[in-house]
Design a protein around this ligand. Structure first.
Ligand code: GLP
Length: 240
């Protein structure tokens, strides 16, 4: 596991954007795994600007998002589809047919999980998975639990995650309590992973990773078992 120390959020975003940009420069038909949340917004802005400036192209890129609330309609302004469209997809030259997000409107979440997994496999797997991390150590929506699931699945959100995500909603009661997420097996199969970590509220779970023990209480510690992970963390997260 490699660590890149950044002075602040902006430097973290710039470094992450540079890594994604070099990935798609070296392999124009890259398969990217992408996260939502506040953390990657700066990275998406820089990538959009690089694309507008003609420095990079998403024309042959395929994306798979990590997760989506469930059930939720795509056009709901709280859906991750809406978030991704606003922050990246409407701002770069990705082909709509190359964008994949778990379907929050699927009638059968189990079937939707199997469909999503099969599509990732059929495409040859994720080349670069970008991750954020929840204040409780969740990645995607893989919450702390004694049972960690390998494939894409429906999951209940913990109170801690509902609290953390309430800032994006008018009131806490509006936060969905369930989601579809890639499983830890999907994430671990990615060829390369970068994880962006910013803010003092992430320092506890970040330090748990550095302790070197894989635990179900902090699902992100699973990344210790992956051969190619780079953590890009700002000073607040490192010293919080
Ligand atoms: C959300 C997403 C995660 C994200 C995490 C951190 O709930 N499901 O994929 O990494 O929480 O979000 P933030 O970057 O806003 O702290």
């Amino acid at each position: 596991m490699k660590l890149i120390r950044c002075k602040d959020y902006d430097e973290m975003s710039q470094i992450a954007a540079n890594i994604v940009a070099s990935q798609i420069t070296l392999k124009p038909d890259s398969i990217l795994g992408l996260p939502t949340g506040g953390t990657p917004v700066g990275m998406y802005k820089i990538l959009s600007e690089k694309c507008a400036a003609g420095e990079i192209s998403f024309e042959e890129v395929t994306t798979f998002n990590l997760d989506e609330y469930y059930p939720i309609k795509r056009e709901n302004d709280q859906s991750y589809w809406y978030f991704m469209n606003k922050n990246l997809y409407s701002r770069v030259n990705l082909r709509p047919e190359n964008i994949n997000i778990p379907n929050g409107e699927a009638s059968d979440p189990q079937k939707e999980g199997a469909r999503y997994d099969a599509k990732i496999e059929a495409m040859g797997g994720i080349d670069l998975q970008v991750l954020g991390i929840g204040p409780n150590g969740h990645i995607g929506f893989n919450e702390p639990d004694c049972c960690l699931i390998a494939g894409t699945h429906q999951t209940s959100l913990t109170d801690a995650t509902i609290d953390a995500n309430a800032r994006f909603f008018a009131k806490r009661e509006d936060v969905p309590t369930s989601a579809l997420t890639l499983g830890l097996g999907n994430i671990m199969k990615a060829k390369r992973i970068i994880m962006l970590v910013s803010g003092k509220n992430k320092s506890k779970v970040l330090n748990q990773i550095f302790e070197g023990k894989v635990t179900c209480e902090n699902p992100a510690t699973m990344l210790l078992m992956h051969p190619c992970v780079t953590i890009i963390a700002d000073e607040d997260a490192l010293n919080g």
